[in-house]
Design a protein around this ligand. Structure first.
Ligand SMILES: [Zn+2]
Length: 261
């Protein structure tokens, strides 16, 4: 993709494919002398070797920014630091982070955007006209929203802020890089609102159990992603409850831990 060259961006994809990780976790390098890395990826030696050697070709590492603390994005951090040396690590809230990042901060060439939803501490990073979205927005398919107070409202607000930016290249945590970020970001917002519309419709028809609601609004989701859809349903129910739009008796699914996915 020409845009990657234009913005001096490169993807090193880890070999950890799966229903949540698509072809694997994307780790991104941007710039040279030094370059900056977005996400370490998982703790797979061959992957970390490749990431470190690509970074060395680019004149070393200025710092590592982490989108969120899920194992497929940050699990390899210790191994990566062992390979590239003690460089600054920026993240929202993480044990290995040396720089604590929040919305509006800058970290090297990166501007920090809080993008809660998939994880409460999720960050996106923008450098000139490039956005690194982590798992807030993927190159293919959709993401699950982890139910957390205000998660979905915060997520939709974050998407609206990103939609307003002038961007040319979207580099996601999984799936291919995409041109026209605004189109993709808008699709993501519209997709969430469409799920909400279906959910509200199902509730209006009198459906209440989480299984019925899932069938009605997430019926197209393959069985392996059903637990993730359940988590997302809980986030949608929390949003409706917060807005006073949830009818009595609607079942909020009890949620397992998807933090490692
Ligand atoms: Zn991920």
């Amino acid at each position: 993709m020409e845009l990657l060259k234009e913005f001096e961006v490169e993807c090193v994809r880890a070999d950890n494919p799966g229903p949540f990780t698509l072809d694997g976790s994307n780790c991104w390098l941007i710039g040279r002398d030094p370059c900056w890395i977005i996400d370490s990826g998982p703790p797979i030696d061959a992957h970390l070797d490749r990431l470190a050697s690509e970074a060395a070709v680019r004149g070393g590492v200025g710092g590592i920014a982490v989108t969120h603390d899920h194992a497929d994005h940050s699990g390899g951090l210790e191994g990566l630091l062992a390979r590239v040396g003690e460089v600054p690590v920026g993240a929202a809230a993480m044990e290995l982070a040396t720089v604590s990042l929040a919305d509006g901060d800058t970290f090297g060439p990166l501007s920090v955007y809080a993008t809660p939803g998939h994880a409460p501490d999720h960050l996106a990073f923008v450098s000139s006209e490039v956005i690194f979205t982590g798992d807030a927005v993927l190159g293919e398919g959709s993401v699950y929203i982890a139910p957390d107070e205000g998660a979905l409202i915060g997520y939709l607000e974050a998407l609206d802020r990103l939609i307003a930016l002038e961007l040319k290249l979207l580099c996601p945590g999984h799936g291919p890089a995409l041109g026209n970020p605004r189109e993709r970001l808008t699709e993501y917002r519209d997709h969430r609102l469409e799920r909400e519309r279906k959910l509200v419709e199902a509730l209006a028809e009198g459906l209440r159990s989480s299984d019925e609601l899932l069938d009605a609004a997430w019926g197209d989701v393959p069985p392996i992603l059903r637990p993730a859809a359940e988590a997302t349903l809980a986030a949608h129910i929390d949003k409706l409850a917060g807005e006073g739009r949830l009818p009595e008796g609607a079942e909020r699914p009890s949620i397992g831990d998807y933090g490692g996915l």
